[in-house]
Design a binder for this molecule. Structure first.
Ligand SMILES: NC(=O)c1ccc[n+]([C@@H]2O[C@H](COP(=O)([O-])OP(=O)(O)OC[C@H]3O[C@@H](n4cnc5c(N)ncnc54)[C@H](O)[C@@H]3O)[C@@H](O)[C@H]2O)c1
Length: 332
């Protein structure tokens, strides 16, 4: 099948390689036209170092490369997702299946990335997400992801396109839960990194991850997500991989912030898109709009956007009032 991956960051590149391995005829569109000669001639992409691009992978800086493709994968970061989707839209065939793999929420509108791409293109959009470091997927490390769509046949189409003996794809009818889990785990990973940078331990991280997932699910349920999605690959799965690995730029940025660097310096040092920074603002504002208590997200927002002292913010979380673990457990 003819396929296009729109975006040549680490994740777009890993997915383009995965589609090539599955025998598809793949073109990767790149925003960074200056990198095309190196990608074409040396088969290297500086966005995903240590990996050779397969000889059959085509590279283009022209959106027209999308024409004739039956699968179009939108793989930009979240901040330019609407602009990229609008520019790509005229070239997308009527019968093409559109997939969003971007993790984040749109600034201002708080929309999920599949909603943004759907609005910009006027098309249904499948979500592909899960615990998947680009560096590992590109090397064929066994990985599991989720293709989520309210339309079963679209989710199954994407499952078939990507599935291989090293890349398992499950289907899900819950794009809302899948995308909220994906976007908000980056905020929690940033906070997990901060606790590492502050010198806290494994106990701290386990508490943060668990309580972070609780507030993510709380927000998700208020927006129509299914509870079980948060205990699946796009929820707890992605949270585990992001909070515990040094592949995670969100966690690495958090470590630097916990060690005393200001957020902008930390992100510059990481040198790749730190989606948790943007997601913290959107999630904080969305939580307020929905009337949802999200203490970890609020603390992250204050550190990242209001210059709050990181130790004070963490201590504020530890000194919140006493409460039961679950709001709906009830005592007999
Ligand atoms: N890296 C991973 O392991 C991974 C895994 C799953 C999902 N994701 C998600 O995929 C998305 C892309 O992440 P990545 O890791 O590929 O990013 P990256 O940091 O590796 O690369 C960023 C890319 O964005 C491009 N870019 C910069 N400004 C742009 C603009 N104005 N318009 C269009 N493109 C622009 C750059 O050319 C570069 O190719 C993110 O939402 C991320 O959360 C990443």
């Amino acid at each position: 099948m003819k396929a296009a991956v729109v975006g040549s960051g680490a994740w777009g590149t890993a997915l383009a390689i995965q589609l090539c391995k599955n025998g598809h005829d793949v073109t990767m569109w790149t925003f960074e036209k200056e990198l095309i000669p190196q990608m074409e001639n040396e088969r290297l992409n500086i966005r995903l170092s240590g990996v050779k691009l397969p000889p059959e992978l085509k590279i283009s800086g022209d959106y027209a490369c999308i024409q004739g493709c039956k699968l179009v994968v939108m793989a930009s970061p979240s901040f330019p997702a609407r602009t990229v989707a609008k520019a790509a839209a005229p070239y997308i065939d009527d019968d093409a299946v559109l997939v969003s793999v971007t993790k984040g929420l749109e600034d201002g509108s708080f929309k999920r990335m599949s909603e943004v791409v759907a609005e910009a293109t006027g098309r249904d959009v499948v979500v592909l997400t899960g615990p998947s470091h680009a560096e590992e997927v590109a090397l064929g490390v066994p990985t599991g992801c989720l293709a989520a769509s309210e339309q079963k046949e679209l989710a199954e189409f994407v499952q078939d396109a990507f599935m291989s003996d090293t890349f398992r794809v499950y289907t899900s009818p819950d794009p809302v839960g899948a995308e909220l889990g994906a976007a908000l785990k980056n905020v929690i990973a940033l906070c997990a990194g901060i606790t590492d940078g502050l010198g806290c331990g494994d106990n701290t991280k386990a508490m943060l991850m668990t309580r972070g997932l609780t507030e993510t699910a709380r927000l998700g349920l208020s927006l129509g997500a299914k509870k079980e999605t948060f205990t699946g690959l796009s929820g707890i799965g992605d949270l585990i991989v992001t909070c515990t690995s040094m592949h995670s730029r969100n966690r690495r940025a958090g470590i630097l912030i916990g060690q005393g660097k200001d957020p902008q310096t930390a992100m510059q040092e990481v040198g790749a898109v730190v989606e948790g920074y943007y997601a913290a603002k959107a999630a904080y504002e969305l939580g307020k709009r929905q009337g949802i208590d999200m203490p970890i997200t609020a603390a992250a927002y204050k550190v990242l956007y209001e210059g709050a002292d990181v130790k004070t913010a963490f201590s504020g979380l530890m000194n919140r009032g006493r409460k039961a673990e679950s709001e709906d457990a009830g005592w007999l």
